[in-house]
Write a protein that binds this ligand. Sequence first.
Ligand code: PMP
Length: 304
Amino acid sequence: MDKAKYIWMDGKLVAWDDAKIHILTHTLHYGNGVFEGTRAYMTDNGLAIFKLREHTKRLLNSAKITRIKATYSLEELEAAHIELLKSNNFTSNVYIRPLIYLGYGVMGLNLAQAPVNTAIAAWQWGSYLGDDGIENGIRVKISSFARNPVSANMGKAKAAANYLNSQMAKYEALEAGYEEALLLDEDGFIAEGSGECFFIVRDGKLISPPNDTSLESITQATVLELAREAGIPIERRRITRDEAYISDEAFFTGTAAEVTPIKDIDNYIIGDGKCGPITKQLQEAYFDVVYGRNPKYKHLLTFI
Ligand code: PMP
């Protein structure tokens, strides 16, 4: 891991190696914590956070859903992100991980008694699914794990506890020789990747499932907006695994995954097994936006 100089912890900039917590930290035991994955890109005008407002709003919504009383406001959290990035003198793209967690002081499941802590870490990080994955696509396996059902879990929260399911699916996919997992919902329709939303292209139409059993993805929303602008027809509807197998193109979106093409699903080759033309077009459009090369979307960038 590429260490940075400081981590922001409850209002203080703490040296990276000193950013420690007690072993009886509540979240560590019971899994109730919420976080974000946000990115800052090194644009021609310096480092800029993409969609900071959207990520910070989702963080506070995640806290609300999981009954954590956030102790910092939207504006304070945004200022903390900026302060942290300013203090770290980064020279390339950065991944940012704010976390609101239940701290040290009480044990047991009554979360109302636990103190609430907030931290923000940031470090230099390249493509999540690899540069080759971004360029040429990745291999994906449909998971034997169903995505957390809405009857038991609250997927609109980017909550630590929701990621046990993701980790099991990811592990299974990697062990089987694939690079990412694709999870179905309890009815057998495609939900999402372990940390990405899913898209297919069929006959020139872009199709992505509704967010019933997926996170309300910020990258998915950006890609849909770019597709709309480019005049690509869009459908938001359920997708079955066999429809995915015979799609012309498939790809994942996520802040970490960006726009990553999928070259096969369960060894069914998608299209010609490369990054398809619509995927490429949307990937390029996405990078133009996050790198500040598209003036129409510059307002989505917070320059440091
Ligand atoms: N689904 C899950 C489960 C995720 O963890 C992520 C990554 N945050 C996404 C989808 C994509 O969301 P976003 O585009 O907002 O990063």
